[in-house]
Design a protein around this ligand. Structure first.
Ligand code: NAD
Length: 487
């Protein structure tokens, strides 16, 4: 039996084939024990009419190898093509996106030479669930879904990562001063999990100031764990300030499968010219080697790569007059790395990977806390209505809906874009055509689904177009919905 580990490889689009050739050449020269299975993804597949951008048979290879080294692809504009990255992450349950962002100063120009952080981004939930609706002429909705298991999984992964790689601090970033329930859940789970790791400092920052600090004092961060959208944004900020968007690799880790790639795109503007920097994909491949239990090969390549940077052998994107000694193309850069295999950087800290690093020892498989289901009680209803008559006068819609009554379930207030406009609204509040009408029993006791159906019947009979409803629940007596501004 071959002792080589099978990996699935996709050459991708644009500069993808060039940087993959360079990367695999280095891996082979370094003695990586891998056997590649090449699959088709990207533009050619999209243009065959497969909207996911991946051949259906390619999933079999991924299921078998469980490791995917992927070059960037070009997503054709328009035409309903789905992002292959989002599809792959969700289909294979790759819940953790791990992006190390490190400065390689003075060889790569940066204002922040001390930067050395790892961003761990939740990969499956949040606004990326892709559930969007247009509800009225004025209003579009995109649902933000945050789950407790999803949050716990990524937060535990971040602490396990910190423990394994000897990192000292994990910072959580959310916007829970505004999204008290959704982001509040993530922060709450972070606090719960942090208690189990007393040797690791736990910190929380609101995402706006957190992003500003990444851009100004990146050295204060070590591991950052955050929600999908915030993670998407801050990882580009962090990569940019290290001066190395073209150098960064990333991994997408699930319980079963992991995908490794460069953080940049397919760079069609420089494709086919042999000038692209292969370092981003190479760094992704280094993470892959650690993951599949070949840390000594990863270490050898990483050190040779740093030595190449130190020797000033640079591709055009990082070439600096006075720092660089030779301008090289993609394959010549790879050759320079190959020639330095076995050497270590002299000024930068050499890489050190231990056996047992990575996820082959099951780091992606996180055990979640068992919880008893809560006692869930239905105590109210929000009915959303599309209405644009009478100059959108809240008093007109409010006075009409006052008549609705289903066994004591009655309207208590109306909001427009979250602000209370009836009763006692302010005339200055701008109203869209999207109204939320909130119903409770007078004493906020439990209501029935029958009462809800009766409310909808009466709302319709009054001539209103209801566009959706949300049930209002308590969980073990705790309110499971936000209050309106002014409620
Ligand atoms: P890009 O990252 O491809 O390019 C941005 C700029 O950086 C360009 O000027 C490019 O020449 C340069 N650049 C990127 N990688 C480089 C490298 N290795 N060496 C030297 N220079 C490099 O971003 P874009 O132009 O916004 O996107 C191009 C295509 O890539 C789009 O179709 C986009 O959808 C796709 N994309 C794919 C992925 C992926 O597959 N993971 C990620 C991002 C973008």
């Amino acid at each position: 039996m071959s002792s080589k580990r099978k990996i699935t490889v996709a050459y991708g689009d644009g500069i993808g084939p060039e940087i993959m050739k360079a990367t695999l050449g280095i891996l082979e020269a370094a003695g990586a024990a891998i056997e590649t299975d090449v699959i088709e993804i990207g533009e050619q597949v999209y243009l065959k009419g497969i909207s996911s951008g991946i051949e259906p048979t390619a999933w079999d290879s991924l299921r078998e190898s469980k490791v995917f080294l992927k070059s960037p692809i070009t997503t054709p504009q328009g035409g309903g093509f789905k992002s292959l990255n989002v599809t792959t992450r969700k289909t294979l349950g790759l819940y953790a996106n791990v992006r190390p962002c490190k400065a390689f100063s003075p060889y790569i120009h940066t204002h922040f030479p001390e930067t050395d952080m790892v961003i761990i981004r939740e990969n499956e939930e949040d606004l990326y669930a892709g559930i969007e609706h247009r509800q009225t002429d004025d209003v579009y909705q995109c649902l933000k879904l945050i789950s407790r298991p999803g949050s716990e999984k990524i937060i535990r992964y971040a602490f396990e990562y910190a423990k394994k790689y000897n990192r000292k601090k994990v910072t959580c970033m959310t916007k829970d001063n505004i999204m008290k329930l959704a982001d509040g859940l993530f922060h709450k789970v972070f606090n719960e999990v942090a208690k189990e790791y007393p040797d690791i400092e736990a910190d929380h920052k609101i995402i706006d100031i957190g992003t500003a600090l990444i851009a100004d004092k990146p050295e204060m961060f070590d591991v950052i764990v955050t929600l999908n959208l915030y993670g998407d944004i801050i990882s580009d900020v962090a990569a940019q300030i290290t001066g190395s968007v073209g150098l960064g690799g990333s991994s997408n880790v699930g319980e079963d499968v992991a995908m490794f790639e460069a953080i940049h795109g397919s760079a069609p503007d420089i494709a086919g010219k042999d000038i692209a920097n292969p370092s981003g994909l190479l760094n992704g491949a280094i993470m892959m080697l650690v993951h599949i239990g070949q840390p000594e090969v990863a270490e050898k390549i990483s050190n040779a790569w740093m030595k190449t940077l130190e020797d000033g052998i640079h591709t055009g994107d990082i070439y600096q007059e006075g720092v660089s000694s030779k301008l090289v193309g993609t394959q010549e850069f790879a050759q320079a790395v190959i020639e330095r295999l076995g050497q270590k950087p002299e000024n930068m800290t050499p890489a050190e990977f231990k056996k047992g690093d990575g996820a082959d020892d099951n780091m992606g498989a996180i055990k979640l806390t068992e919880r008893k289901p809560c006692k869930k009680e239905l105590i109210g209803l929000d009915v959303f209505i599309d209405w644009k008559e009478n100059d959108r006068d809240a008093n007109v819609i409010g006075d009409k809906l006052r008549a609705v009554d289903a066994d004591g379930l009655k309207m208590q207030l109306i909001t427009n874009r979250g602000v209370k406009v009836y009763p006692d609204g302010m005339k200055e509040t701008f109203c869209s055509d999207h109204w939320r009408v909130r119903f409770f029993n007078a004493d906020q006791t439990v209501i029935s689904h029958g009462q809800i159906l009766e409310i909808l019947k009466q709302v319709e009979a009054l001539g209103f177009d209801f566009i959706k409803i949300e049930n209002l629940y308590t969980f073990d007596g705790e309110r499971g919905f936000s209050l309106a501004q002014g409620e």
